[in-house]
Design a protein around this ligand. Structure first.
Ligand SMILES: *[C@@H]1O[C@H](CO)[C@@H](O)[C@H](O)[C@H]1NC(C)=O
Ligand SMILES: *[C@@H]1O[C@H](CO)[C@@H](O)[C@H](O)[C@H]1NC(C)=O
Ligand SMILES: [Zn+2]
Length: 420
């Protein structure tokens, strides 16, 4: 009997280790003080995935979280010390945090069939059932569409929320386009977008928000990658396209507007691999297709990422500013004010290039620069800090509800500025 129990225990461990393990991987918070120091630090980006930047480096004097595999820790730290770059360890064993996360996920109260909650990060199947269920329950205000399928065969869903009011078949109301989950591992992003859907569709108090404005919402743009982070490799960020040596394209470097000019990689093994050509992926095509079809109507585009608490507007490919940068900047500050009023979470506001380091091929640059949508924001939600990549499950609800207060401000701006 004892032998049998031991055998089961061994089998259970074997099954659990089909997941990529991050045993003894450490996360350091690093703070370069000069451009030279920043350059030294950023040169490590090419070691992917053994050296993984969990968030983006903002200006010098700001910190960035970098995960380093056990075999490279010595090299990495020696380099930092040689250049006198300030750092400290914030996570001593990443695997322990992810084991914790999986345990919290398993023990979270389950949502009823076809429903959703904000106490765990949901699998794609649960998200899919929820979208189908509300489309069925609210046929007068919702349409569920599948603008594209992934190569692994998963549908990418877009929920359209509208009270109608078309004239001669033309939608004359301004629309807001939202997506989440471009980067697979940023689980707080689909959670936030699902909360927006729930509030707009299921909460009658918010009915006024869909009367003068239409919504087009894609909660998970990269479902193959999203599932892969649940089943195989928690920190995967690209899509699952097969290359000769490595798998995956960074979808947020794949949009065809100043594609590959800065901040992206042509090496398919890099985490910022931009793809074989601009717009090579079905996921990016889904967005460009929607904007091509409804571009006139869409006045605001929001793309949710994590982490770092940034409200970023175009451009990402150049330090020049768009003609209506002031509209973006004022709006960003109003959104930040509404979010921080809830529990003090504050955001940094600015153009992508001037706030972070330049990176071309982002969806917000494309939607504004090619799609002609006047206002576009990339929102970097809060991360987990010393709790891990994403906030712990107990923080999902606080994050999505405070962010919703910002979404109300975005809506109000579109209604007052673009509805006639
Ligand atoms: C996605 O696949 C489904 C069938 O599985 C098909 O009905 C649908 O037309 C496909 N969508 C696109 C955009 O290719
Ligand atoms: C990801 O990108 C490749 C092109 O590099 C594309 O062919 C593939 O279909 C995409 N993968 C998925 C799973 O959609
Ligand atoms: Zn991202």
């Amino acid at each position: 009997m004892r032998g049998l129990i031991v055998t089961f225990a061994v089998l259970a461990v074997a099954a659990a280790t089909t997941q990529t393990t991050y045993e003894n991987y450490k996360v350091y918070q690093v703070k370069p003080q000069t451009d030279e120091e920043a350059k030294v630090l950023l040169s490590f980006k090419r070691f992917t995935p053994e050296i993984d930047f969990w968030n983006e480096l903002h200006a010098v004097g700001q910190s960035v979280d970098v995960m380093v595999s056990p075999n490279l820790q010595q090299l990495f730290l020696n380099n930092l010390r040689n250049h006198n770059i300030a750092f400290y360890e914030i996570i001593s064993d990443v695997e322990r945090l992810f084991q914790n996360e999986r345990m919290n996920q398993r023990s979270a109260p389950k949502a009823a069939e076809g429903r959703i909650n904000f106490v765990e990060f949901h699998r794609y199947g649960v998200i899919e059932s929820y979208l189908k269920k509300i489309a069925e329950e609210y046929p007068e205000i919702t349409r569920l569409r599948t603008p594209a399928n992934t190569t692994e065969g998963r549908p990418i869903y877009m929920l359209r929320i509208t009270t109608g009011g078309s004239q001669g078949g033309q939608h004359t109301k301004p629309a807001i386009l939202i997506d989440g989950g471009i980067h697979a591992r940023e689980w707080i992003s689909p959670a936030t977008v699902l909360y927006i859907i729930q509030e707009l569709v299921e909460n009658p108090e918010n009915r006024h928000m869909i009367e003068n404005v239409d919504w087009m919402i894609i909660p998970v743009l990269n479902p193959d990658g999203y599932e892969y982070t649940h089943t195989n490799s928690r920190l995967w960020r690209k899509n699952r396209s097969k290359g000769k040596r490595c798998t995956g394209t960074d979808l947020n470097r794949n949009f065809g507007f100043h594609w590959m000019e800065v901040g992206a990689s042509s090496d398919e093994c890099d985490d910022t691999f931009a793809g074989k050509a601009g717009l090579s992926e079905p996921e990016t095509e889904a967005i460009t297709h929607i904007v091509g079809k409804h571009g006139e109507q869409i006045k605001l585009y929001l793309t949710f990422h994590s982490y770092g608490q940034y409200l970023l507007y175009p451009w990402g490919y150049t330090s020049a500013l768009p003609e209506n940068w002031k509209e973006h900047d004022d709006l960003g500050h109003a959104v930040d004010k509404a979010i921080s009023a809830v529990a003090g979470t504050s955001y940094t506001i600015g153009s992508s290039t001037n706030t972070l380091y330049a990176a071309a091929g982002g969806s917000d640059d494309w939607v504004k620069g090619v799609g002609g949508v006047p206002v576009a924001f990339c929102i970097e939600l809060p991360g987990g800090g010393s709790w891990g990549f994403d906030p712990p499950t107990s923080m999902i609800h606080p994050v999505v509800t405070e962010t919703w207060e910002g979404v109300k401000v975005f809506h109000k701006h579109v209604q007052t500025t673009y509805a006639n």
